[in-house]
Design a protein around this ligand. Sequence first.
Ligand code: ADP
Ligand code: TRP
Length: 335
Amino acid sequence: MTNEIVLTGIKPTGKVHLGNYIAAIKPALQIAKESDCIALFFIADYHALTFIQNRDEFNELSYGIAATWLALGLDPDRVIFYRQSDVPEIFELNWILSCLTPKGLMNRAHAYKAIIDHNQQLGLDTDTGVNMGLFTYPILMTADILLFQSDKVPVGKDQIQYVEIARDIADGFNRSYGDTFKLPNYVVDENTYVIPGLDGRKMSKSYKNTIPLFESADSLKKLINKIKTDSIPPNEPKDPDTSNVFLLYKEFANPSQIQELRENYQKGISWGEAKQELFRVMNDYLEEPRKRYNELMASPEIIDSILLEGAKKARALAAPLLENVKTKIGRYKSL
Ligand code: ADP
Ligand code: TRP
């Protein structure tokens, strides 16, 4: 039996925060470590270009995401780790697939529809703020996925529709030209839950309520102190299971620490002390990766060489399929 191909893309549109780490990065690293799949993780930088059109920001965020994954333990010998823009085959397939994709399929994509609805509510022109990259975003994502004959695509719930679009496009091609693409499946981790931000809403860069993963110790402490809590006074018992501080603590502490804090909640620990405890375990946990992250960010040539090595492997893997596709569409005379 051949190894399963597991592929996922990471869009560099903001500083990585705790929600991204707990719900997306940690489980993906776990999959790569534990299973004998062929894992491909990539920086979807050209997807980010649909939003980030400031040169320095684009550059900083792309390197930042790469450094984050590496600092958290991504092993480039086990995972094919590359930058989307280093693999031109993706963009060639993107064009071929664009020509075979009905426009109506894009009209129905959630993210595009949400913008349209928003514009209409404001009485603006329907397509205000929509660039063509944003409109055809799902086709590029389809090319990312299909080019490697991916079996499994781990994504957040909001991305399920895109993987379904990839299946539709693959199926359409296969019907027209004969069996070519594998139909990918999304994998959504049902155990992950929404990580609350400082204000109690979903932690998200859109709400500006995040705790970025690699803040300095000082600023991490300040942010933790800002986590919203209720007004139960010190010395009164508190319910750990409804506490955002405890919820984050569970992600970073070991079982005996978790048990101890649970008991201390019942004994009436103050919010200030609980936050201090959260800071202590989180800072311990993140200290080493933060150091590695800062070192990598100071040496972008190391990141480049890892990503280029990954791109080489990815291109070698992709080339035969792209040739096959070009043959199928009639690009070559003799075949
Ligand atoms: P943001 O909401 O900050 O813009 P993204 O949409 O870039 O984050 O999310 C990247 C990944 O992180 C996705 O898989 C998403 O499901 C996950 N994610 C982001 N925020 C949270 C959160 N607060 N709780 C759980 N998962 C999250
Ligand atoms: N669209 C994904 C996101 O917003 C990123 C992404 C791009 C992706 N290409 C992909 C995810 C291919 C999985 C597979 O997070």
